[in-house]
Write a protein that binds this ligand. Structure first.
Ligand SMILES: Nc1ncnc2c1ncn2[C@@H]1O[C@H](COP(=O)(O)OP(=O)(O)OP(=O)(O)O)[C@@H](O)[C@H]1O
Ligand SMILES: [Mg+2]
Ligand SMILES: [Zn+2]
Length: 509
């Protein structure tokens, strides 16, 4: 008898519906899987045989064929154990279905004892099931909280194959889980900008960067507080919308990085990989492809501390995601892509010893050494960074000062307001932040008055700016005006934006 069960696979960060057809006919005992299964799926056969036996069922001594359709899409992982086992139970008439299986989606791994185990990527599969008008998804109990993030589809959680069989045959009822509103991760940050003495210029630049998601580079001598400033950055990032939250959670779901108890990610990601990271871990990939750091930082921040220490190849691989907000990973069977719309925050010393350009005149590096060091950060990379700032050492007097700086929460309020202004302005477009404005949008949203045009022209000629730099200044000025809650971009906004663009001249020319 033929049975037909619905399940799901993953392509990039999205779910993709598949069918599992099981046919059992008389003949020499055999268990065949067809439809581009990988080695993992083939191993399912042994797990299923044991799980059936240890749950009081049996693997029929007949010819069993399981087809995973459509056949042109590669099926990976262990998530088909459960639907395949159910298909066998139905096809061999060991149980009879008393629920509408055409509107039910299933996935899960089986333990040899018949227990149903959790898998990665639950959230995108639930989203896909809902999109296809499924009524219910039967999920491993371990994945149930994550599954409940999506409303409007019944989530049935099971722990064991016998429980699943009883539910499908109608011997027991299991009520759908209720969405839990308290599933967010409350990240706790221990640092606050109030603890950073002085550095007003750097703090302001970080406020602008956070408000418009502008890439930012900090240059300064050792111990000037660059790492400390960066660690405070998550405390002022704008709140995420519900959609942004789900988009980020999808990626963490696929990467298997969600906490089971608090599966919804509500704070913007902040990833700070060490400079020894491999290219694959940075951009993603691998035999069973996983999102890399650039995708784990999607809609959040990728902090690269000590930028020139990173492998040249790593910095090169960052160019595509920085430009396209997307990484493409080529594989034998297909190419997949993961979103990677992150804000880059980077820090570096100006030379190998770290003191080039500082007032103490302590730098002993040769011109060539300095050049070689700075050139590890390529022109195209620098060009993609909107804000360049110097972080000088803080004076003794400032460090001793007992007065507290502005608290992160109050900076964050301004950032959130500027973000709301952007969300309202770009409603109905794909643009989320000023930094992502296209040249055409820049023309539309960054109009200048006469005085502003004059200032811009002066800066353009005196600083010998490239057209790319010109656009970056306009986008930055847009963010600075938004922080000021001004619909018009005014001369002080442009003046501040220009000031964030003159370091490349000082160090790289
Ligand atoms: N402005 C400041 N206010 C308070 N503490 C500071 C400040 N600047 C530096 N510090 C102190 O100095 C320590 C070193 O700073 P940090 O590690 O951030 O420097 P850095 O710029 O990253 O240096 P390096 O270039 O060597 O990595 C901090 O942990 C902090 O205790
Ligand atoms: Mg540091
Ligand atoms: Zn030096």
């Amino acid at each position: 008898m033929l049975s037909n069960i619905k399940s799901c696979t993953l392509i990039g960060v999205d779910g993709y519906m598949i069918r599992i057809e099981t046919d059992i006919v008389k003949g020499l005992p055999a268990f065949i899987t067809v439809g581009l299964p990988d080695a993992c799926v083939k191993e399912s056969r042994d797990r299923i045989a044991s799980a059936l036996k240890n749950s009081g069922f049996s693997l029929p001594a007949k010819r069993i064929t399981v087809n995973l359709a459509p056949g042109n899409i590669k099926k990976e992982g262990t998530l088909y154990d459960v639907p395949m086992a159910l298909g066998i139970l139905l096809s061999s008439a060991q149980i009879e279905a008393n629920i509408d299986l055409t509107k039910t989606l299933l996935f899960g791994e089986l333990g040899l004892d018949g227990s149903v185990r959790g898998i990665d990527g639950t959230l995108p599969m639930i989203i896909e099931a809902k999109r296809h008008g499924m009524q219910r998804v039967i999920v491993p109990s371990e994945n149930s909280l994550e599954a409940c993030l999506i409303e409007g589809i019944d989530i049935i959680a099971v722990k064991h194959l016998t429980e699943l069989a009883d539910y499908v045959s109608g011997a027991i009822t299991i009520s759908p889980l209720k969405p839990d509103s308290n599933l967010s991760d409350d990240s706790i940050y221990h640092l606050d900008y109030a603890d950073v003495k002085g550095q007003e210029n750097a703090k302001r630049a970080m406020e602008v960067a956070a408000a418009g998601a502008h890439n930012m580079l900090m240059i300064g001598p050792p111990g000037s507080g660059k790492t400390m400033l960066a660690r405070c950055f998550p405390t002022i990032l704008p709140d995420m919308t519900k959609n942004e939250s789900l988009e980020v959670t999808k990626i963490y779901s696929i990467a298997g990085l969600l906490k089971r108890e608090t599966p919804l990610i509500t704070s913007r990601p902040y990833r700070a990989p060490h400079h020894t990271i491999s290219d694959t871990s940075l951009t993603g990939g691998g035999r069973i492809p996983k999102p890399g750091e650039v995708s784990l930082a999607h809609l959040g921040v990728l902090f690269l501390d000590e930028l020139p220490e990173f492998q040249k190849s790593s910095l090169e691989t960052l160019r595509q995601p920085l430009e396209d907000k997307m990484v493409t990973i080529s594989r034998v069977s297909a190419t997949i892509s993961y979103p990677s719309s992150f804000m880059l925050l980077a820090s570096m010393n100006p030379c190998p010893c770290g003191y080039y350009g500082s007032p103490s005149n302590r730098c002993k590096c040769s011109v060539n050494e300095i050049k070689r060091y700075l050139n590890k950060v390529s022109g195209p990379m620098l060009d993609r960074i909107d804000i360049h700032i110097e972080v000088p050492s803080t004076s003794y007097e400032k460090l001793k000062d007992r007065a507290q700086g502005e608290k992160s929460v109050s900076i964050k309020q301004r950032v959130n307001r500027a973000r709301d202004i952007q969300l309202a302005r770009y409603r109905g477009t794909n643009t989320l932040f000023n930094s992502a404005l296209s040249p055409r949008q820049i023309e539309q949203y960054c109009r200048l008055g006469e005085a502003e045009e004059r200032l811009m022209k002066k800066a353009f000629t005196s600083l010998d700016l490239s057209s790319r730099a010109y656009h970056r200044i306009l986008k930055l000025a847009r963010t600075i005006a938004d922080l000021d809650e001004s619909e018009e971009i005014r001369t002080p906004h442009i003046a501040e934006a220009v000031q964030y663009r003159n370091l490349d001249r000082k160090y790289w020319s």
